[in-house]
Design a protein around this ligand. Structure first.
Ligand code: COA
Ligand code: AMP
Length: 283
């Protein structure tokens, strides 16, 4: 038996057909028991008792994972949801998303992105120029899967996020997901806010701007949320993009820089200064 082979372990809990929670890890054969126990605790940690808990365990076989460094992290303390969404759109534009596509992305998430009007089970794939939706199934969307932190990177990111006041496991998991997504072929940027009514935080992420977190991207109590993956549709190979997001394993083996929260004016001032110096000193 090859004891160094890696396994993908994925948990999802549901009740009466309603998705309650999901989480996943990548680990060695020897650690499977511990990780399954940890994921079961997660499945049972919601206020609603699950009626089904499914745990899938697959060997990654000889397909070695891609190793990535996590995106840098910063929080933008926008005053409220309106300012947060407007700053999120401004950052999307900095990454190359058109103002029209950014506006469509925000609008679609806020009214319920599924064709039926509710939340999707995965992400929208949107043309970053036109705002056209490209995902094959507008109820389901595309779910990023098979990603995790390496053991050392998990300890390091937990410490570093704690030093900037981010102790919720969701931030660590969302950062891992966003890091995988940002490295997808033809990916321009991601926009996300949760569908959990009490969780108002969201983010914009890309390789260029890192993981830019907003404490408030929706009103408390709002049950609408989702993800938009903005892509460059020119020469996009949709099958390759979906295969990467859903099937190809990614292990994050180092952290990026975790910066303390800033006010939006300070953030945009800094970004403009950087852009100016890049224009004056092109490499
Ligand atoms: N919302 C609603 N339904 C979901 C769901 C979600 N987020 N995730 C899974 N399901 C349900 C769907 O009915 C799905 O069928 P579908 O493919 O037709 O949509 C079914 O479960 C099977 O999903 P699948 O993805 O094949 O299961 P899996 O066991 O391989 O993986 C997850 C399940 C939840 C672990 C994985 O999809 C995932 O989302 N991983 C990322 C978790 C994470 O770290 N998220 C960060 C959040 S901050
Ligand atoms: P969450 O971050 O779990 O609150 O999920 C917010 C929204 O993101 C959900 O409503 C889905 O539309 C979408 N989503 C959930 N899981 C994934 C995933 N693994 N990949 C892409 N999108 C997802």
């Amino acid at each position: 038996m090859n004891r160094t082979e890696l396994y993908s372990i994925r948990m999802r809990a549901s009740a009466g057909g309603k998705h309650l929670s999901g989480a996943e890890r990548i680990t060695t054969y020897a650690n499977i028991n511990d990780i399954v126990r940890e994921l079961l605790v997660r499945a049972q940690g919601k206020s609603i008792i699950p009626k089904q808990i499914a745990i899938h365990i697959d060997c990654l076989q000889d397909k070695s994972p891609q190793y990535l460094v996590a995106l840098d992290v910063i929080t933008l303390n926008a005053r409220d949801m309106i300012e947060g969404r407007s700053d999120a759109a401004r950052i999307l534009e900095l990454t190359g998303v058109s103002s029209r596509a950014a506006e469509i992305g925000i609008c679609v998430l806020s009214r319920g992105a599924a064709l039926s009007g509710g939340n999707m089970r995965g992400a929208i794939i949107m043309d970053s120029r036109t705002g056209e939706r490209l995902e094959p199934d507008q109820e389901r969307g595309i779910r990023a899967s098979r990603f995790d932190w390496s053991e050392d990177a998990l300890k390091k990111i937990t410490r570093e996020l704690a030093t900037i006041g981010l102790t919720h496991f969701r931030t660590r998991e969302a950062l891992a997901l966003a890091t995988k997504v940002a490295h997808a072929p033809r990916m321009v940027a991601e926009l996300c806010w949760s569908d959990e009514p009490d969780y108002t935080a969201g983010y914009v992420a890309s390789r260029a701007v890192g993981y830019v977190r907003f404490p408030v991207l929706k009103q408390s109590g709002d049950t609408h949320g989702g993800r938009v993956f903005f892509v460059d549709n020119d020469k996009l190979d949709m099958d390759a993009l979906i295969r990467y997001l859903q099937r190809e394993a990614v292990l994050i083996n180092d952290t990026g820089i975790c910066r303390p929260a800033v006010k939006p004016e300070e953030y945009f001032g800094r970004v403009e200064k950087n852009l100016k110096s890049q224009l004056l000193n092109p490499s």
